[in-house]
Write a protein that binds this ligand. Structure first.
Ligand code: NAP
Length: 245
């Protein structure tokens, strides 16, 4: 048995630690998209495979017998490629999404372009964008509003003309998120439904401050694929694979 663990998430790192401890033959894969990435325990490869064909070649060359896709819920391309390329067992590890509770003022949208349309129809004020550097172009045509943009690495594409840029990465805590939103006079938060605890503090702060949230829904999971939502369940799935592949 040899497992390819597609990563780039805290869950993938936690799973890598468990697989390493159990002595399972696996390799983690990172896209290499961010500078100074958090590196999982155990063997790691970094960089794209070169599409579906490249991934299929990699799986064959490296004699990979099973694939665990523990990538971010919005990393839809690599998930699609994994489904297309894998010829053996494939598991998707997807952390649960966030759900609104009492006091939350959330509006769900299908994608980032719909989010930009909703923002354009909203009252003026500072918009806090935490949707990632690749999604900034959707807001680049808006010269009326001020945007507070928080990303891990500096954006390389077009950006909103009136923008305050924050380079930071989670985990975040509620107190600082609240202070940030007050300091920048945030009137609207735009986020993706990433789920998990690392970046959830902004939602608590938004609730406390009465700041409405535009929540971008996740891309759908491909049909027919086995999905689990905890690291423990993914570990169980791997350990129950036949040892001879
Ligand atoms: P994506 O749009 O689904 O994938 C774009 C391309 O990046 C893929 O076609 C593949 O290139 C390469 N790639 C992605 N994940 C890879 C991996 N784990 N190992 C090797 N190659 C990978 O992905 P993305 O949204 O740019 O995210 C890139 C990585 O960052 C993911 O691994 C994800 O877990 C992590 N991440 C993403 C987000 C997010 O909001 N999207 C947030 C936090 C972390 P080839 O076609 O050349 O193989």
């Amino acid at each position: 048995m040899r497992v390819l663990l597609l990563g780039g998430t805290g869950e993938a790192r936690a799973l890598a630690a468990l697989l390493h401890e159990r002595g399972i033959d696996f390799i983690s894969s990172l896209a290499g998209r961010v500078s100074n990435p958090a590196v999982p325990i155990g063997p790691v490869r970094i960089g794209g495979f070169g599409g579906v064909d490249g991934l299929a070649r990699y799986l064959a060359d490296e004699a990979v017998t099973a694939v665990v896709d523990a990538t971010h819920p919005f990393a839809a391309t690599i998930t699609r490629h994994a489904v297309a390329a894998a010829t053996g067992p494939l598991l998707l590890l997807r952390r649960p999404g966030w759900t609104a509770g009492a006091g939350d003022d959330w509006r769900w949208v299908a994608d980032i372009n719909e989010a930009a349309v909703v923002v354009a129809a909203a009252a003026s004020g500072t918009v806090f964008l935490t949707t990632g550097k690749r999604d900034l172009d959707a807001f680049a045509g808006d010269s009326t509003r001020h945007y507070l943009v928080r990303v891990v690495d500096p954006p390389t594409g077009v950006v909103p003309p009136r923008m305050t840029l924050l380079l930071d990465r989670g985990p975040y805590v509620v107190e600082r998120e609240r202070a940030l939103m007050i300091d920048h006079d945030v009137s609207l938060l735009v986020t993706k439904d990433s789920g998990g605890s690392m970046t959830v503090a902004k939602l608590t702060a938004a609730r406390e401050l009465g700041v409405p949230v535009i929540m971008v829904d996740r891309p759908p999971v491909p049909e027919g694929v086995t999905v689990v939502d905890t690291v423990g369940a993914a570990f169980d799935w791997v350990t129950q694979l036949p040892a001879d592949g």
